[in-house]
Design a protein around this ligand. Sequence first.
Ligand code: HEC
Ligand code: HEC
Length: 340
Amino acid sequence: MTRGFVAAIVTLLIGFSLLRAEREQSQESPLVQLIFPKEFGKPTLPIDNKLTKERISLGEKLFHDTILSIDGTVSCAACHVEEFAFSDDVDLSRGFEGRLGKRNSPPIFNLAWKNHFFWDGRARTVRDQVLQPIQDHLEMAANLNQVLYRLNRRKSYREDFKKAYGPAEITSEMLSLALENYLLTIVSGDSKFDQSLEKKVKLDPLEDEGRRLFFTSHESGGAGCSECHSGPHFSDFTFRNNGLRPAPDLNDLGRYRVTGKEKDKFLFSTPSLRNIAITSPYMHDGRFENLTEVIEHYNTALHQTPTLDQTSRRASKSCRKKSAPCLLTSSDRSPVCRGC
Ligand code: HEC
Ligand code: HEC
């Protein structure tokens, strides 16, 4: 049973695919359409930054280019590695001059269905988000004017921006729009779990038992995970305190840093669990190396603070009473399943 639970978390939620945009025939502007499972519902795409092939490839080029950092050593892709669903494999990422960041690098996919970005939700749109790492002194530490100066001096970038956004000097807005265009096309929705919903594959009995536990409330004998990790994205996109003991060296107050409200202390954005097999370590500070430790946390170790989510509290109690379905003792990592 416990192995089934792990199998579900792992097998249901892994499966990584970039369903890269498909071109729609149009004579004026070759617009690009996203392909995604219908359960996702309608994505929120900006009307003033329509997806085009030129913009996407420009954004992709910028994402991988160290030109955006102060000394030309760090690119976005340094901390958002495609192989790890655009996260990285360390607890806290290192930026310019190896400076240690304060949070774990989250994976990047399905941003067109999200309504806030960063662990504390401080950016409301992708275009607001993307300029922050460039200027963050622990990440790329660059000065925006300097970056724009460099981009404007490069003939290839002048041409790329011209094709994407028309003939004009490259501005910070154009830079953010190009990165936004690219990031919005990263879609992940073809895991074994998705395929089982479409009846293309069958979950094996252990996986199916794990699925049942994941989606069943504690009151009904399940693990209650989908109370927060709900819907096709395995997240209800709200901020919660899931009972982590605050790390003294980081003193991260989470959502409180954005709102200044007591009720938001230690709340973090509920992450999607898609691709979870390739995004370790886990949580906002990467404190857990593997899924065994994650489940152990939910099962036994919730840290009591006034903002602890009631759902977690109930989960903890119920798990202690009937530990079998909640405990996890089997191995942590599973084979990576890419788009299978
Ligand atoms: C030094 C490592 C590092 C670099 C370089 C970096 N990031 Fe990040 N990125 C992070 C970390 C850490 C977070 C989470 C920070 C937080 O929540 O406060 C993050 C968060 C994000 C998010 C939010 C995802 C979400 O779902 O909330 C996006 C999008 C993103 N980065 C894109 C970029 C882009 C675009 C660049 C390049 C311009 C970039 N990052 C450069 C480490 C990095
Ligand atoms: C009360 C809401 C809630 C419930 C219930 C819940 N989670 Fe979470 N989960 C969160 C939040 C919030 C985070 C991020 C916390 C942080 O980093 O500070 C998280 C993080 C995670 C992560 C780390 C993801 C990553 O990318 O770092 C995993 C894995 C996870 N939860 C699995 C589970 C499982 C399995 C269950 C059921 C046993 C569960 N969660 C129940 C809210 C919840």
